[in-house]
Design a protein around this ligand. Structure first.
Ligand SMILES: C[S@@+](CC[C@H](N)C(=O)[O-])C[C@H]1O[C@@H](n2cnc3c(N)ncnc32)[C@H](O)[C@@H]1O
Length: 199
Protein backbone atom coordinates (compact mmCIF):
# COMPACT_ATOMS: atom_id res chain seq x y z
CA UNK A 1 0.00 0.00 0.00
CA UNK A 2 2.86 2.39 0.83
CA UNK A 3 4.45 1.81 -2.57
CA UNK A 4 1.13 2.34 -4.35
CA UNK A 5 0.69 5.79 -2.78
CA UNK A 6 4.31 6.71 -3.41
CA UNK A 7 3.96 5.86 -7.11
CA UNK A 8 0.53 7.51 -7.34
CA UNK A 9 2.07 10.77 -6.21
CA UNK A 10 3.23 11.29 -9.80
CA UNK A 11 -0.43 12.15 -10.55
CA UNK A 12 -0.13 15.21 -8.26
CA UNK A 13 -2.70 16.69 -5.92
CA UNK A 14 -6.03 14.87 -5.85
CA UNK A 15 -8.52 17.19 -7.48
CA UNK A 16 -12.25 17.13 -8.11
CA UNK A 17 -11.77 15.16 -11.32
CA UNK A 18 -10.03 12.39 -9.40
CA UNK A 19 -12.95 12.32 -6.97
CA UNK A 20 -15.48 12.08 -9.82
CA UNK A 21 -13.46 9.25 -11.36
CA UNK A 22 -13.30 7.45 -8.00
CA UNK A 23 -17.04 7.60 -7.27
CA UNK A 24 -18.05 6.89 -10.86
CA UNK A 25 -15.84 3.80 -10.72
CA UNK A 26 -17.92 2.64 -7.75
CA UNK A 27 -21.14 3.09 -9.71
CA UNK A 28 -22.17 6.41 -8.17
CA UNK A 29 -23.81 8.97 -10.45
CA UNK A 30 -21.97 12.18 -9.70
CA UNK A 31 -20.90 15.37 -11.44
CA UNK A 32 -18.02 17.76 -10.87
CA UNK A 33 -20.56 20.27 -9.54
CA UNK A 34 -21.85 17.74 -6.95
CA UNK A 35 -18.35 17.13 -5.60
CA UNK A 36 -17.41 20.80 -5.67
CA UNK A 37 -20.54 21.77 -3.75
CA UNK A 38 -19.83 19.24 -1.04
CA UNK A 39 -16.11 20.00 -0.94
CA UNK A 40 -17.04 23.66 -0.33
CA UNK A 41 -19.12 22.61 2.68
CA UNK A 42 -16.30 20.45 3.97
CA UNK A 43 -13.84 23.33 3.63
CA UNK A 44 -16.22 25.66 5.49
CA UNK A 45 -16.46 23.12 8.33
CA UNK A 46 -12.68 22.71 8.42
CA UNK A 47 -12.13 26.47 8.45
CA UNK A 48 -14.57 26.74 11.34
CA UNK A 49 -12.16 24.85 13.60
CA UNK A 50 -10.14 26.87 16.06
CA UNK A 51 -6.52 27.24 14.92
CA UNK A 52 -4.26 24.70 16.62
CA UNK A 53 -0.70 23.42 16.53
CA UNK A 54 -1.09 20.29 14.46
CA UNK A 55 0.37 17.34 12.65
CA UNK A 56 -1.46 16.15 9.53
CA UNK A 57 -0.95 12.41 9.05
CA UNK A 58 -1.34 10.83 5.63
CA UNK A 59 -0.97 14.31 4.15
CA UNK A 60 -0.04 12.85 0.76
CA UNK A 61 0.57 15.51 -1.89
CA UNK A 62 -1.18 18.11 0.27
CA UNK A 63 -4.78 17.87 -0.87
CA UNK A 64 -6.00 19.41 2.40
CA UNK A 65 -2.86 20.80 4.01
CA UNK A 66 -3.19 24.47 3.07
CA UNK A 67 -6.78 24.49 4.38
CA UNK A 68 -6.03 23.29 7.90
CA UNK A 69 -6.43 25.95 10.59
CA UNK A 70 -3.35 26.50 12.71
CA UNK A 71 0.35 25.93 12.29
CA UNK A 72 1.83 22.50 11.97
CA UNK A 73 3.65 19.86 10.03
CA UNK A 74 2.58 17.48 7.31
CA UNK A 75 3.55 13.83 7.66
CA UNK A 76 3.46 10.97 5.20
CA UNK A 77 5.45 7.84 4.48
CA UNK A 78 5.78 8.78 0.80
CA UNK A 79 8.77 10.85 -0.19
CA UNK A 80 7.31 11.56 -3.66
CA UNK A 81 4.06 12.86 -2.12
CA UNK A 82 5.87 15.13 0.30
CA UNK A 83 7.95 16.64 -2.49
CA UNK A 84 4.74 17.60 -4.29
CA UNK A 85 3.29 18.99 -1.08
CA UNK A 86 6.38 21.17 -0.58
CA UNK A 87 5.98 22.63 -4.06
CA UNK A 88 2.35 23.55 -3.35
CA UNK A 89 0.64 26.37 -1.46
CA UNK A 90 0.89 24.92 2.08
CA UNK A 91 3.55 26.71 4.11
CA UNK A 92 4.38 23.82 6.42
CA UNK A 93 7.44 21.70 7.09
CA UNK A 94 7.12 18.05 6.20
CA UNK A 95 8.35 14.86 7.79
CA UNK A 96 8.55 11.42 6.28
CA UNK A 97 7.49 8.99 8.99
CA UNK A 98 5.02 6.32 10.03
CA UNK A 99 1.70 7.69 11.27
CA UNK A 100 1.45 4.73 13.65
CA UNK A 101 4.71 5.66 15.38
CA UNK A 102 4.90 9.44 15.35
CA UNK A 103 8.24 11.19 15.96
CA UNK A 104 6.45 13.60 18.30
CA UNK A 105 6.62 13.72 22.13
CA UNK A 106 3.57 13.03 24.31
CA UNK A 107 1.09 15.91 23.88
CA UNK A 108 3.60 17.61 21.59
CA UNK A 109 0.87 19.11 19.39
CA UNK A 110 -2.74 20.15 19.98
CA UNK A 111 -4.46 18.39 17.10
CA UNK A 112 -3.88 15.49 14.72
CA UNK A 113 -5.56 15.78 11.33
CA UNK A 114 -5.94 12.40 9.62
CA UNK A 115 -6.91 13.11 6.02
CA UNK A 116 -8.14 10.07 4.13
CA UNK A 117 -5.83 7.69 5.96
CA UNK A 118 -8.07 6.17 8.67
CA UNK A 119 -10.30 4.49 6.09
CA UNK A 120 -7.48 2.81 4.19
CA UNK A 121 -6.05 1.06 7.26
CA UNK A 122 -6.90 -2.36 8.64
CA UNK A 123 -8.45 -2.69 12.10
CA UNK A 124 -5.20 -3.09 14.05
CA UNK A 125 -3.56 -0.14 12.30
CA UNK A 126 -6.65 2.02 12.83
CA UNK A 127 -6.46 1.35 16.55
CA UNK A 128 -2.74 2.16 16.51
CA UNK A 129 -3.41 5.43 14.65
CA UNK A 130 -6.03 6.54 17.17
CA UNK A 131 -3.89 5.54 20.13
CA UNK A 132 -0.87 7.38 18.68
CA UNK A 133 -3.03 10.45 18.04
CA UNK A 134 -4.18 10.38 21.69
CA UNK A 135 -0.58 10.16 22.84
CA UNK A 136 0.58 13.23 20.91
CA UNK A 137 -2.52 15.47 20.98
CA UNK A 138 -5.76 16.13 22.76
CA UNK A 139 -7.83 16.18 19.57
CA UNK A 140 -8.07 13.99 16.48
CA UNK A 141 -9.85 15.36 13.42
CA UNK A 142 -10.60 12.84 10.69
CA UNK A 143 -11.45 13.72 7.09
CA UNK A 144 -12.53 10.63 5.23
CA UNK A 145 -14.75 9.22 2.52
CA UNK A 146 -18.52 9.32 2.82
CA UNK A 147 -20.73 6.47 1.77
CA UNK A 148 -23.15 7.30 -1.05
CA UNK A 149 -26.00 4.82 -1.60
CA UNK A 150 -24.86 1.52 -3.07
CA UNK A 151 -21.20 1.85 -2.02
CA UNK A 152 -19.84 -0.87 0.30
CA UNK A 153 -18.83 0.06 3.83
CA UNK A 154 -15.58 -1.85 3.41
CA UNK A 155 -13.91 -3.67 0.54
CA UNK A 156 -10.72 -4.25 -1.42
CA UNK A 157 -10.37 -2.24 -4.62
CA UNK A 158 -8.37 -3.18 -7.70
CA UNK A 159 -6.42 -0.17 -8.86
CA UNK A 160 -4.04 0.41 -11.74
CA UNK A 161 -1.54 3.20 -12.21
CA UNK A 162 -0.48 4.81 -15.50
CA UNK A 163 2.77 2.79 -15.31
CA UNK A 164 0.64 -0.34 -15.78
CA UNK A 165 1.11 -1.68 -12.24
CA UNK A 166 -1.87 -3.26 -10.43
CA UNK A 167 -2.69 -2.95 -6.75
CA UNK A 168 -5.22 -4.11 -4.17
CA UNK A 169 -6.18 -1.29 -1.81
CA UNK A 170 -8.35 -1.59 1.29
CA UNK A 171 -11.02 1.08 1.57
CA UNK A 172 -13.80 1.94 3.97
CA UNK A 173 -16.66 4.39 3.35
CA UNK A 174 -18.40 6.02 6.28
CA UNK A 175 -21.74 7.28 7.44
CA UNK A 176 -20.72 10.22 9.66
CA UNK A 177 -22.46 8.99 12.86
CA UNK A 178 -20.93 5.50 12.50
CA UNK A 179 -17.41 6.86 12.27
CA UNK A 180 -18.06 9.29 15.13
CA UNK A 181 -19.26 6.40 17.31
CA UNK A 182 -16.27 4.28 16.32
CA UNK A 183 -13.73 6.88 17.47
CA UNK A 184 -15.86 8.30 20.27
CA UNK A 185 -16.14 11.66 18.53
CA UNK A 186 -18.60 14.13 17.06
CA UNK A 187 -19.75 14.70 13.50
CA UNK A 188 -18.66 18.11 12.23
CA UNK A 189 -19.78 17.44 8.67
CA UNK A 190 -21.37 14.42 7.02
CA UNK A 191 -22.05 14.46 3.30
CA UNK A 192 -22.29 11.82 0.60
CA UNK A 193 -18.62 12.04 -0.34
CA UNK A 194 -16.86 13.44 2.71
CA UNK A 195 -17.14 13.11 6.46
CA UNK A 196 -15.41 15.25 9.08
CA UNK A 197 -15.19 13.97 12.65
CA UNK A 198 -13.55 15.42 15.75
CA UNK A 199 -12.62 13.15 18.65
C1 LIG B 1 -5.60 8.10 0.39
S1 LIG B 1 -4.06 8.94 0.55
C2 LIG B 1 -4.60 10.51 1.19
C3 LIG B 1 -3.71 11.65 0.79
C4 LIG B 1 -4.27 13.04 1.13
N1 LIG B 1 -4.40 13.25 2.54
C5 LIG B 1 -5.63 13.21 0.47
O1 LIG B 1 -6.63 13.29 1.19
O2 LIG B 1 -5.68 13.28 -0.76
C6 LIG B 1 -3.39 8.15 2.00
C7 LIG B 1 -2.00 8.65 2.36
O3 LIG B 1 -1.62 8.04 3.59
C8 LIG B 1 -0.25 7.69 3.51
N2 LIG B 1 -0.01 6.61 4.49
C9 LIG B 1 -0.61 5.41 4.56
N3 LIG B 1 -0.19 4.73 5.64
C10 LIG B 1 0.70 5.53 6.27
C11 LIG B 1 1.45 5.40 7.47
N4 LIG B 1 1.38 4.31 8.26
N5 LIG B 1 2.27 6.41 7.81
C12 LIG B 1 2.36 7.54 7.05
N6 LIG B 1 1.65 7.73 5.93
C13 LIG B 1 0.83 6.74 5.54
C14 LIG B 1 -0.03 7.29 2.07
O4 LIG B 1 1.32 7.38 1.70
C15 LIG B 1 -0.92 8.29 1.35
O5 LIG B 1 -0.20 9.45 0.99
Amino acid sequence: MWEYYDRRAAQGVRGVNHAVEYWTGLGVEVSVADIEAEADELVRALRGLAPARFVEVGAGPGTFTALLPGRGIALDQSDASLRILLAGPAQVPVVRADALSLPIPDQGVERVYATHIYGILGAEDRRALVSEAKRVARELVIVDAGRPAGVPAEHWQNRTLPDGSSWRIHRRHFEGPDLAAEVDGDVLFAGRFYVLIAA
